[in-house]
Structures are given as structure tokens and as C-alpha cells.
Design a protein around this ligand. Sequence first.
Ligand code: C2E
Ligand code: MG
Ligand code: MG
Length: 673
Amino acid sequence: MPIFVGGVVIAATLVMLTLSSAGHVASSRGHWFEFALFALLVCVCEVKPVSVARASGVQEVVASTTFTFAVFLSFGPLLAIAAQAAASLFGDTVARKSAMKMVFNVAQYTLAWGVSGLVLQGVLGAGTDVGAAAFTLRWTLALLACGITYFVCNSTLIGLIIALSGRTSLWHGVTEMIAREASSDVVLLALSPIVIVAAERSLALLPMLLLPVLAVYRSALLSAEKEHQAMHDTLTDLPNRLHFSAIMGRRLDDTRSKATHAAVLLIDLDRFKEVNDTLGHHAGDALLCQVGPRIAAVLPPGGAVARLGGDEFAVMLPSIRSRADALDVGGAIVAALEAPFRLDGFNLDVEGSIGIAIFPDDGTSADVLIKHADIAMYSAKGRHSGVELYNAEHDQHSRRRLGLLSELRTGIAAGEVVLYYQPKLDLATGEVTGVEALVRWCHPMFGLIPPAEFVPFAEHTGLIRPLTSFVLRTAVGQADAWLDAGLDVTVAVNLSARSLHDVAIADEVATLLDEFSLPPDRLQLEITESSIMADPARAKRVLEQLDAMGLHLSIDDFGTGYSSLSYLQDLPVREVKIDKSFVTHVVENPRDRVIVRSTIDLARHLGLRSTAEGIESAAAQEWLTSAGCDQGQGFHIARPMPTDVATAWLRAATQSIPTLASEMLAVAARSES
Ligand code: C2E
Ligand code: MG
Ligand code: MG
């Protein structure tokens, strides 16, 4: 950039030398007072810019062009350049701009007005008295030619420096600037002859003209502003989806011509919905405003960031050498989002999942690349991997999921949806206390599909109601069948957020218990803390109804949301299930140990039972038992099993307790003898 600024300075100097040596277009008007007034207005406009509100703050723009052009047309280019350069230096000093910006601004004005001066000489002839030629046909032609020249030169210089500083395409930088400045600059230039006419009549009219000039300029800016709003997100002032597609289209053209690669990254915040639901939209908005700058700070030159909607952001990297380059940037964004966000005195951890699609390998149009990056992003979310590159396998996966949606209702009716049961043990005694019912879909084509692949879809489409009804009916029926068979176990059913906020759920449960004559305490309901926090008041009402019926309620996945245990104390829950992410590595990870131990202690003090889910090793089970955790569940004890296997397991487990007890007595007897 300094080279470009240097080049502009040299070009401006050369033009000035040519202008003055070639016998500049002089003026004989000689109204020095008039010149002083014009020059003063140029200065006023430079120092007092028009302010236009933007989402990112206030943007300031200057309207000096009208008066500089009036000086140019009345007193010649050299005086216009002198007035504009002095005003620009003055304005920039007041605004405390950097030395480089000040030099560039002066050189840019000098070059643009200087080239227009040469055009003026060309049209009027060197040495012609411009003041005397005023309002002749030739003067009018010169006015048009000079106005256009100034506008094109000035916009080109600004477009070039902006493109160079952002390392974007020079051609697009210039054409974009010309299109953007046209609405205001052309109006300002066209007002200059009117200023001159007014000055001819009476100089007292000039200050009055300042107001309409500013008004015209402001309205031109406001229309540009409206255009800006249509292309930008109002909350963050980042480019919106429409604008991002347009930016991508242009940058892809450049990349194509340079035969290099480009990348599109889609970024989705993993816990945004929870922040919004728990802390409110105000906090959600504040968080979104902090995300854009964090992403922008780690982008390589030329990278552009946009907000596509909700908590979804996109990045375009117009020139990368390899897929590894794109992955590096993805990793840098993940790291940038990892530092806690500070909101209203809270420190929030919000991670991001990123999907990347590469041009031209994964697509050649903006739409296809965004779609493929989206698919990769879902894969990153599902695998908790942070960043994923698109591959065709993801695509099949997502098509499969979309296809599944339409089949779920018929799948339930056709008996393809089944329940698996995973036992829970009393850790101190080893006794089986109950089972958790976990839904599966035995799809005729895709095999066993886990709940994570269809429960969230069911939640979004209203299919969750028939699904929950099916799960409740099957679980209650099974609990009753086991009770009849002498297996006294509690069955726990997972309730989704939607079901929890459905006031009809308590009636449905009551009817089922009645129909099967099952004691209410044999049915347990597991609710995640985030689903409660989505609408705590309503959740509390439904939970109180269920509790009054005698059901046992537990908080699932505890530790992954933002609620505090003391808040949950207000709710009629009896059990806290510590999330498996803390439990599985509890022996190796000291941080997990602290979290698990303090949750167990807190639960005990609040009179709640603690259950650890995700026990995968004997060591973890032992540690949890010694830490005083009441119940345990996990692959080490038993995996979720289909009904017949679960029945056999339960039978063996309940029978093995007396066997174990008698073996222990025998051992004790032997050691006594
Ligand atoms: P959850 O309620 O927290 O269920 C525990 C999940 O952890 C189950 O996954 C279970 O298979 C898994 N798990 C159990 N022990 C271990 C272990 O030792 N290690 C590991 N890594 N995982 C273990 P699953 O069956 O895939 O269910 C996932 C989630 O789907 C459940 O989490 C629950 O939130 C939801 N879900 C399952 N069934 C239903 C249902 O009928 N209705 C609703 N609304 N949600 C359901
Ligand atoms: Mg559960
Ligand atoms: Mg859980």
C-alpha cells in the first residue's frame, strides 16, 4: 500500500507540474472575496462531515465537492486544488487521521482535480480565461467533461486503495466504488453551476446554498444507506446471505481466472439456542455481535465474513493453496471462539462447528458450495469434531436424514420404532433399580438408527407427539409386563422439550397409568435441564402436575446447560443424572472429578439422588461408588438392550443378588472357621 500511495503522490506532482507549465487555465474574475467564501465552504464541509447512522456506528461523509468544483469552474484548477488540499489537511488534522491517510487524501484530490484540469485545458484551450468563458457552450461542455473525469478518477483512486488494503479484486473494488459514489457525487457536481449562478447574483446567497447541498447529499447517502441495509444484517452490520452470495459470485470469478482454489466455511454456534432460551434474546444478540469481529480477526487478507441468519456465519477465502490452508483457518476460528464470551457480567463458553467446501472440487457455484459447506458443518456438529471438510459421504448422510423425515410417521405405525432398555444400578448394593427406555428405529434399509438422528427432527416437525405417545405407551406396557413377571423395576422415559411444554402430557400419562394399572412410582421421566430452561414457568407447572400424580422426575444430562442446581431445587425433581461427558473419563481427568464430586455432594445436600451415566470402566464405577454417587448406568454395567435381552438380563441380575449374598455368607463362614 505505501507503494501505491507513493505512486499517487508522484502522479499528482507530475500532473501539477504539467498543469502549471502548460499555462494553466487562469481566471480573470478576480472576485477574491468570492474565492475566499467558496474556499471557506470547502473547509466547513471537510471539517463538519454529514453523519449517517449505521448499525456499526456513525459513518461520516464530506460534501465539499460542490464548492471545490465551483472554485474550479470560476477560478481554475490550481486554486481549486489549493483550496481542496488545504481543507483536506485541515479536516484530517482535526479528525486526527494518520500521516499516511492525510498524504493520500491530499494526493488523491490533487490528482483527480489535476487530471480534470488537463481536460479543461484540452476543451477550452491552454491559457483560456475560465471565468470569462463561463456559461458559454464550450464552458458547459468542459463542465460535463471535467465533472465526469473528476468523478471517475476520484472513485477509482478510493476503490483501488480500499481493494489493496482488503487484498480484494482491484477491478471489483473500482467498479463497486464508482457505482456506490455515483448517487452522491453526480448530484454534488451538478449543483456547482447553480452555486456559481447564485454567487453571480449575491454572495449572501452562498451560505444559504450550503443547506440544500447538505440536504441533497444526505438524501443521496440515505438511499445508499437503504441499499446497504438491504445487503447487510441489521444486528451485526455484516453482509447478509444475499450479499454473501454476490460477494462469492464475484470472488469465484477472480479465483477461476487465476486458476487457484477458494474455500467457503459455514460456522454454527453450538450452544446459541441455550443462551437465547436461558439468558434471553438481549444476551443472544450481544453474543452474536461479538462473534463477527472474532472471526474477522483470524482471517487471512481477502477473507470475508457474513452472517447468514440466526447463529450461522459464513466465511469466504478467495485464494487458498490447499485444503490444509482452509482447515488451518477453520481451526483458527474454532480457537478464536473458544475463549469465553463476556455478557452482562457472565462468562459464557460457546463453541463453534465449522463445515468447509472447496472451490472448484466441491462445487463451482456459490449456492452449491454453501450447501455442501452446510452438510459438512452438520457432520462436524454430529461428530463434535469442530471442523470438517465436505465429502460426498456427508451428502449421502444428509440425504438419508432428509428422506427419513418423511418416513418416520409410517415407521412408527409399521412397528419399526422400538425401545431398548439400559439398566441402572444402586452403586452401593449392586442392586438393579430400574431401566432407561431408549428409542431406536429399525429401518428396513438403513438398519438401526440412533435417536440423535431422528428425535431432533421429530421435535422440529411436530412428529414428536406421536413418537412420545408411542414411547410412553410401550414403556408403561413393558413396566407392567415386568411387574407381572416378578421383575420390579422402574422404567425411565426421556421427555423432549416440546413434550414438556405440552399441557396435555400429564393427562396422557394419567390415562396410560390407569389403563395398565401401573403404580405411578414405577414410571420415571427424564428431562434435560436445557428443555426446562426454555420456558421455566411452564415446565414447572407441568412437572408439578406429574409429581402430584406420584411420578419420579429426574434431570438428565446435568452439567451441560446453564441452570444451577439451586434453581432446580425449586422443581419437584428427585434425581440428577450427571452427564456422561463428565463421567466417562472421571478417573483420568481431575477437572471431571471435581465437577462430578461437587455435583454428588450438592445433590445429597438438596435431598436429590445422584445418578452417573456413561460408566465405561470398572475403575470409574469404583471411583463413583467411593465418591458417594447413588446410582450408575453405562456400557460397563450393560448396553441398551432390546426387550427380550433386557428381560433375560434383569432376570439374571435379580436372581444373582441372593446368589451373591449366599456366596458372600459362605466366604464369611469359611473365613470364620
Ligand atoms: P440420554 O437420555 O442421556 O441417554 C443416554 C445415552 O447415553 C444413550 O444414548 C445411551 O445409549 C448412551 N450411553 C449409555 N451408557 C453409555 C456409556 O457408557 N458410554 C457412552 N458413550 N454412552 C452411553 P442413545 O440411546 O443414543 O440416546 C441419546 C439421547 O437421545 C438420549 O440421551 C436422550 O436424550 C435421547 N432419547 C433417547 N430415547 C428418547 C426418547 O424416547 N424420547 C426422547 N425425547 N429422547 C430420547
Ligand atoms: Mg436420559
Ligand atoms: Mg443423559
